[in-house]
Write a protein that binds this ligand. Structure first.
Ligand code: 13P
Length: 256
């Protein structure tokens, strides 16, 4: 983490939750997490719970967001949810290009870039996820893969769009597996990504918030977040357990 850069710890609930369980979790988080300057806490929940997040978290210092977004703003797109709709629930963020969307729902780089644009067009900050599979890492293709995923957005949106975006490195092999990238592995990819942006604009690269995601837990958060190019985390499983998510947020706080 570097002083002066905006930091973020975001929970991604994925397809988990119920009104009752969410309420318990949110009340516990609200009781434990107080606003810290330069550090945001966020929860990205399934669409049906965005109204609950808005009702429960308003004014708390914890912000919220969606896990994906349609690339279209309105129209005959059955089952999709648009930026203007998400925005009405007070969301700050929309995740785009999560590896589960890429792998399970066939979202390619072009679709991800279009969703990134849709988020920004509607006043949402996209959290753009990039990451390689284990096979790609073992082949030595990590930089080529994350570079291509980043370039798809840079080419469509332009580097200036990264002024109001967050980039998340989530190695696919570390998501939900209990295998975390080592702090050195995370730092190496984060540095690569920042340098790639810096080739187009050094100031934007220096200010870009870069999250690590993939089996972040209370026990490894401090070491990961202490890396110079890691500005926080995107948290899956541990975001479903109040004490774990709070402990991860406190780890970020301790490095402020
Ligand atoms: P886990 O923290 O469960 O590995 O999930 C990471 C993730 O995919 C967050 O978006």
């Amino acid at each position: 983490m570097k002083a002066g850069r905006a930091r973020l710890v975001a929970g991604n609930w994925k397809m988990h939750g119920s009104l009752a369980a969410n309420q318990r979790l949110l009340v516990a988080l609200k009781g434990s997490l107080k606003p810290v300057s330069g550090l945001d806490y966020a929860i990205c929940a399934p669409f049906p719970y965005l109204a609950q997040l808005s009702d429960t978290l308003a004014g708390s210092g914890i912000v919220w967001g969606a896990q994906t977004i349609s690339e279209h703003d309105v129209g005959a797109y059955t089952g999709e949810v648009s930026g203007p709709m998400i925005r009405e629930f007070g969301c700050r963020y929309a995740i785009v290009g999560h590896s589960e969307r890429r792998q399970l729902y066939g979202e390619g780089d072009a679709a991800v870039a279009a969703k990134f644009m849709a988020a920004q067009r509607n006043g949402l900050t996209p959290i753009l996820c990039v990451g390689e599979t284990l096979e790609q890492r073992e082949r030595g293709d990590t930089e080529a893969v994350v570079g291509r995923q980043l370039d798809a957005v840079l080419n469509l949106a332009g580097v200036a769009a990264l002024r109001s975006a967050v980039l998340a490195y989530e190695p696919v092999w570390a998501i939900g597996t209990g295998k975390t990238a080592s702090a050195a592995q995370a730092q190496a990819v984060h540095q690569f990504l920042r340098e790639r942006v810096a080739k187009q604009d050094g100031e934007i690269a220096a200010g870009l918030t870069l999250l690590y995601g993939g089996s972040v837990k209370p026990g490894n958060a401090v070491e990961l977040f202490a890396q110079p190019d890691v500005d926080g985390g995107l948290i899956g499983g541990a975001a479903l357990v109040a004490e774990d998510f709070v402990a991860i947020c406190k780890a970020a706080e301790s490095l402020a």
